[in-house]
Design a protein around this ligand. Structure first.
Ligand code: AHM
Ligand code: MG
Length: 333
């Protein structure tokens, strides 16, 4: 039987692949794993504990109703990052502005983390999979000063590492540092993430499409044509494709990463810029998709090459298996 490899052991083993191998990234990933274990524990017991389920009673800057678990997860990640010492600032879906950490140790931190603490909020109360998405950048402002907006508004191509945690039937952490994608499953009996999905590759083809088809009449004709193509009975031996839409980006993305598929959240007349946020939803998953052999675009351009203009910028989003993406892009053009 092969030896179980924990996330910590794996990160230490791979530390040399990281361009600035000083141990800091190792500690940041360790912090993310720690915070996500605490969030996973809260998610697992959500229905049993008072004051965890339901709406917080506030809306975030994007006008979306915050759930209590959104806020609990956000606070948990910020707490861990603040105490870690490697990070000079963060930006998250739940905070209107970015947060520059105070204090000498934090200002000497070389990294920023952008994250969506609990993605798929509408699924929290109904016991459906949700996730955390994160993206790590090296700061562009001088070390020893406070983090700036410019540290946050970097192109996705500048990501040092990115990943997600899926709170599903098991809890999984999947990440990349630009040298492939690896997945770890939380073994609750020992409280450790263990390597379960080494060197993940997104199948080149697939037969699953994920889109909120309630939006089909308010999206562009090219996408309507693509969805019709997915539904054709005999266009290829894989047809008709299966429609699967969980409504939690992390869960839909993870399924497509494992089985092959395409995920689409387009611009619509309701969401003219798209719905998903570039910095802490689209970019991290685009980095993982590309590292696994898949693609991620806005329908017009590669997501990772967009120069962000604002923290909560939205973009149309298409990501998935290479051949499915090629077909979709050809119809959009
Ligand atoms: P959230 O971060 O507020 O949860 O919003 C993002 C979510 C994605 O996880 C999901 O794919 C999408 O919004 C679902 O939107 P819709 O309900 O419009 O289909
Ligand atoms: Mg989200």
């Amino acid at each position: 039987m092969s030896k179980t490899m924990t996330l910590n052991e794996f990160i230490l083993d791979r530390q040399a692949e990281f361009p600035f191998a000083t141990g800091e990234l190792t500690r940041i990933l360790g912090d993310i794993a720690l915070a996500s274990k605490i969030v996973a524990r809260d998610v697992r017991r959500a229905g049993l504990i008072d004051n965890i389920l339901g709406a917080q009673g506030e809306t975030n800057i994007q006008g979306e109703e915050q759930q209590k678990l959104d806020v609990i997860a956000d606070n948990q990640f910020i707490k861990v990052f603040k105490h870690g010492g490697e990070i000079c600032g963060i930006a998250s879906e739940e905070n209107d502005d970015f947060v520059a950490f105070e204090g000498e140790q934090a200002m000497n931190g070389k990294y920023v983390v952008l994250f969506d603490p609990l993605d798929g909020s509408s699924n929290i109360d109904v016991n459906v999979s949700i996730g955390t998405i994160f993206s790590i950048y090296r700061r562009v402002s001088p070390v020893g000063t406070k983090a700036t907006l410019e540290d946050m508004l970097q192109k996705g191509t500048e990501q040092i590492a990115a990943g997600y945690v899926l709170y599903g039937s098991s809890t999984m952490l999947v990440y990349t540092t630009g040298c492939g994608v690896n997945g770890f499953t939380l073994d609750p009996s020992i409280g450790e993430f263990c390597l379960s999905h080494p060197d993940m590759k997104m199948p080149v083809d697939g037969r699953i499409y994920a889109m909120n088809e309630g939006n089909i009449k308010i999206c562009e004709q090219g996408l309507r044509d693509y969805i019709s193509y997915c539904q054709e009975a005999d266009a290829t031996p894989l047809h008709p494709y299966s429609g699967r839409y969980i409504g939690s980006l992390v869960a839909d993305f993870h399924r497509n990463l494992v089985k092959g598929g395409i995920y689409v959240y387009p611009d619509t007349t309701l969401h003219p810029e798209g719905k998903l946020r570039l910095l802490y939803e689209c970019n991290p998953l685009a980095f993982i998709a590309e590292q696994a052999g898949g693609q991620a675009t806005t329908g017009r351009m590669r997501v990772l090459e967009i120069k962000p203009e604002k923290l909560h910028q939205r973009v149309p989003y298409y990501t998935g298996s290479k051949n499915m993406m090629d077909k979709a892009m050809s119809l959009l053009k």
